[in-house]
Design a protein around this ligand. Sequence first.
Ligand SMILES: C[S@@+](CC[C@H](N)C(=O)[O-])C[C@H]1O[C@@H](n2cnc3c(N)ncnc32)[C@H](O)[C@@H]1O
Length: 264
Amino acid sequence: MTSDKLYNDPELVEFYDIENGWTADSEYLKTMAASRTSILDLGCGTGLLAAAIAREGSKRVVGVDPAAAMLDIARQRPGGDRVRWVEGDGRTVRLGETFDLVLLSGHAFQVFLTRDDQLAAMKTIAAHLSPQGHFIFDSRNPRVEEWKEWTPALSERVIVHPELGDVLAWNDVRHDPDTGVVEYDTFYRIAAGGRTFAAQSKIAFPSHEDLVSMMNEAGLVVEQWLGGWDGRRFDASASEIIPIGRLARPAVQSNRAQSMTSRT
Ligand SMILES: C[S@@+](CC[C@H](N)C(=O)[O-])C[C@H]1O[C@@H](n2cnc3c(N)ncnc32)[C@H](O)[C@@H]1O
């Protein structure tokens, strides 16, 4: 997870924005953040989204990621000076402050490979949510088996690196049916000179049912399940699982509500 060369090797990190860039999730989340004043981006990566949110006005924006090489890019982008970047682990980081919006984008939630890791990440979300705050993240629906498209034949593409020129990129993939973890390789072969960069990564595909059970345990409730960044509702065939939720009612508040009810 934290040792993945895709995120930790400065030469491979140079490919991240070329491959991923500004997508439908970035647009959706930037719009959602527009009405909030404090935003925590867990697994913020190269900070494209966090910096764009921070550029929109006076907001408290914090980006957390364990990969120093990703944060180096984040700090240098326009708006990067308006974000507080924290080198930290989404499972354990505790900032001692709360936010109106806690988000993980670009399937960052899937870097948490085990149930313990996923639950720990959810507890981090809960620890940083203000009472009225919301959280949102995306995870690919395992029923759709998107990893079947990450074979060399189906994934081959040509990308253009600003300094290295044309680059042939492709993936390869293995799925472990016992754990549900998908291990995938990423290759970049530079046309000029033939040098090849390679990384091996692992991601999890928790099911909708697993997410519901972990959220209960972490003290989170979901108000809406989306199935895609176009805003469609989640169903079994949706490609994405996108919960939008909040803290389960804090115990203190519900006790107070109970005692008020008994007085009337
Ligand atoms: C697929 S990238 C997503 C980056 C960014 N959110 C985006 O939308 O482009 C996954 C990110 O998760 C980060 N990551 C890996 N392990 C992590 C952990 N334990 N806690 C928080 N982030 C982690 C990686 O360094 C990487 O930046």
